[in-house]
Design a protein around this ligand. Structure first.
Ligand code: MGD
Ligand code: MGD
Ligand code: MO
Length: 662
């Protein structure tokens, strides 16, 4: 491979922002390590099909969370029907898989329980580990309306983020101490007699065990572990429990930990304790990441569910799909994205079809991830840009951009399915993801693979997924989007889920919601004398994920990658804004300029994932991951910072808080 060996030090192109080329023609590589060259569609598809055929039984699929529901339906069908495997997954694994796992364990389904509109009509909003002002700006407009209507907002984040600026109170906890904080809030609510006894008795199970679990977490004990003042914990507990309606929202500050699912369960416990779920204005909301990551999972592009979020282990469900698709479905869960990377290491996975993902730069410990990609017999990358991952590919297939060059639907974080449309002609010979997959399927012996259009795919999905049955394209248009579940062609269901929990005998109608018995477990990558600083990573308003889609535009907001420190730490290390330092973790090392941000606290540094071609942050992160969900601990690594000899601060750059008024 051309790039192997250079990866361990992420300084390769430091300082020179990369412009990505839009893919317009298929490319193939004649030999490993050689260059990519232009090829015809015929040749590229033949090569891809041959590679997949040779690796039958050792094939994995990465599906695209930015593409449509229809595309994701076809992708998982390709894995299951054409390649006979459940090894299909997407970036949901690096992201909100713990939310899906936690919500399904409690409520039986993995979606957020409320609608965006409800946040405008609630009394208390808790933003926990979420910087929605930057990462969910549309949702945040609803939050601002809620605040305008009188709601009080609380922000729980180690950094005083732009979101926290709008909050009544900011709880600046230490990274990885969310469970002690949640347990202390729970204990305070119980001790103050503020829990919803009727709801707990009627709709939940395991309360006594939960009460015993949280009992040691007094305000003082939690304050010591989390760094949050006892009075602030108490205030949040009382505000949340006393509210008539309350919304608890979380994102990656909760999920991207080695115990992400436990974190999610600890937060859901608070909603169960107070009854803040299953009613208009009250609910729990994981604000999902990519535009269609909710839909990708709903469509079955995950290893444990068939379309409609139906469990693969359910024989009745399997039978339905088997008779519809005319093939047997393996009666076991497939590998997650994380497990697929491990299987590349052992040689059990030898071919990967990577559609609209850039794992060479988005996986934790990316140096290791790239070594594994380089080891594959066959890597086919289907993308709209020539990504870093494509640099390891044997075949690169140019796709159309789902959001403006194809027809279909996507599903947002409030479970709303909406139409997307083709408005722009794709460049060169680029083809739609679905057409490319069908062409490959036909080459692999499935002559019948052909869809007239996206609507034909959707109608096939509707026939198999009761939750989507009522959503014809016509109705989606008429209602400007419909939320699932929508099992009926006439009716529209309420905007929130789990209203049954409030019915007289919910236990008889379905499951009780169990409290999560979860314990504090600090981050895996411990800070010590050698690596004394806690690094957390995340996002900025102006850039998107690995920067492939946002890297090529010029903007005064876009200032490239920095390692951000608080003023006290900058002084302690004797570094100033613009000065280049070496940042090292137990896995790798990069060079980055310093930024000073008073939103941080001593001992805490922040970097983004947006500019990996300048500074490859994921060389530093740890792949330790949640055993239930497989999500890596992107939010907690241990690092050290060293001044580079002969460098000094660039003059004239003012320390900035980077915050923008909404
Ligand atoms: N502008 C922009 N928007 C985006 C994206 C983007 O790249 N750019 N990406 C999209 C995607 S894929 C996703 S998943 C979402 C992510 O959206 P968010 O999850 O809101 O984004 P992050 O900045 O990754 O992390 C959120 C916060 O977690 C905090 N945090 C870190 N460690 C901890 C901890 O231990 N406890 C708590 N309570 N908080 C902690 C960080 O300080 C950070 O402010 O954004 C989506 N929207
Ligand atoms: N350090 C650190 N690392 C992280 C995170 C973090 O917080 N910190 N967050 C993690 C999270 S939450 C996520 S979601 C992942 C994201 O990880 P990835 O999904 O791997 O990264 P993206 O940059 O979003 O890559 C999306 C790719 O899809 C392509 N694409 C867009 N539209 C289409 C389409 O219609 N068709 C096709 N075929 N391709 C398309 C784009 O060109 C791009 O190459 O990163 C994870 N990595
Ligand atoms: Mo994400």
């Amino acid at each position: 491979m051309t790039n192997r060996g250079k990866q361990r030090d992420g300084t390769r192109r430091n300082g020179t922002p990369k412009t990505y080329t839009r893919l317009a023609h298929p490319l193939v590589r004649d030999e490993k390590g050689g260059p990519l060259r232009r090829a015809s569609w015929e040749e590229a598809l033949d090569r891809a099909a041959a590679g997949f055929r040779a690796a039958r039984g050792a094939f994995g699929m990465f599906s695209c969370a930015r593409a449509t529901n229809e595309m994701n339906y076809v992708a998982q069908k390709f894995a299951r029907v054409v390649m006979g495997t459940n090894d299909v997954d997407s970036c949901n694994r690096t992201c909100h898989a713990p939310s899906v796992a936690g919500l399904s364990a409690v409520f039986g389904s993995g979606g957020g329980t409320s609608s965006y509109e409800e946040i405008e009509h609630t009394d208390v909003i808790v933003m926990w580990g979420s910087n929605a002002r930057f990462a969910h700006p549309i949702f945040f407009q609803h939050v601002l309306k809620g605040i305008h209507n009188g709601a009080r907002m609380y922000a729980v984040d180690p950094r005083r983020t732009s979101t926290a600026e709008w909050a009544e109170s900011w709880l600046g906890l230490d990274v990885g101490t969310d469970i002690p904080l949640a347990h202390a809030i729970g204990r305070e609510i119980i001790h103050a007699g503020l829990y919803n006894r009727a709801f707990v008795e009627r709709a939940t199970s395991g309360f006594e065990e939960y009460r015993a679990l949280v009992e040691p977490w007094t305000l003082t004990a939690a304050s010591k572990v989390t760094g949050v003042p006892a009075a602030a914990i108490r205030e949040l507990a009382h505000a949340y429990a006393r509210a008539e309606r309350a919304q608890l929202c979380w994102t990656l500050g909760i999920t991207e930990h080695h115990n992400g699912t436990d974190n999610v369960r600890a937060l859901i416990n608070l909603a169960l304790l107070t009854g803040h779920v299953g009613r208009y204005g009250s609910g729990v909301q994981p604000l999902r990441g990519q535009n269609n990551v909710q839909g990708g999972g709903d469509m079955g592009a995950i290893p444990n569910r068939l379309p409609g979020f139906q469990d693969i282990l359910d024989a009745g469900v399997r039978e339905k799909f088997e008779s519809f698709w005319g093939v047997g479905i393996q009666p076991r869960y497939g590998r997650t994205l994380t497990e697929m990377f491990e299987a590349m290491e052992s040689g059990e996975l030898r071919a990967v079809y990577c559609i609209g993902e850039n794992p060479a730069q988005s996986e934790a410990d990316s140096g290791q991830a790239m070594e594994r990609l380089a080891r594959l017999d066959c890597l086919v990358v289907q993308d709209i840009f020539l990504t870093r991952t494509a640099e390891f590919a044997d075949v690169v297939l140019p796709a159309t951009a789902a959001w403006c060059e194809t027809e279909g639907t996507t599903t947002n974080s409030e479970r709303r399915v909406q139409r997307v449309r083709k408005a722009v002609r794709p460049p060169g010979e680029a083809r739609e993801d679905i057409d490319i997959m069908c062409d490959l399927a036909r080459r692999l012996g499935h002559e019948e693979w052909k869809y007239a259009d996206a609507e034909a795919v959707w109608n096939e999905l509707r026939a198999l997924s009761p939750d989507h049955w009522g959503m014809t394209y016509e109705r989606l248009e008429e209602h400007q989007g419909i939320q699932w579940p929508c099992p009926d062609l006439e009716r529209i269901e309420p905007s929130f889920l789990h209203g049954r929990l409030w019915e007289a005998d919910p236990g008889r109608r379905g499951r009780l919601a169990p409290f999560g018995i979860v314990r504090h477990d600090p981050p895996v990558d411990l800070t010590d004398e050698e690596y004394p600083i806690r690094l957390t990573t995340g996002r900025r308003l102006d850039s998107y994920n690995t920067g492939v889609q946002s890297g090529s535009f010029a903007s005064p907001l876009r200032r490239g990658e920095y390692v951000e420190l608080c003023p006290e730490d900058a002084e302690r290390y004797g570094v100033a804004v613009g000065q280049r330092v070496r940042v090292s973790s137990r896995r790798g090392s990069v060079v980055a300029p310093v930024w000073v941000d008073p939103a941080l606290r001593p001992g805490l540094a922040f970097m983004t994932m947006h500019f990996p071609d300048e500074v490859d942050t994921n060389q530093l992160t740890i792949e330790a991951n949640c055993p239930i969900a497989g999500t890596a601990e992107f939010k907690a690594s241990a690092i050290r910072i060293e001044k580079l000899a002969g460098t000094s601060a660039e003059p004239s750059t003012e320390p900035s808080t980077e915050r923008v008024d909404a």
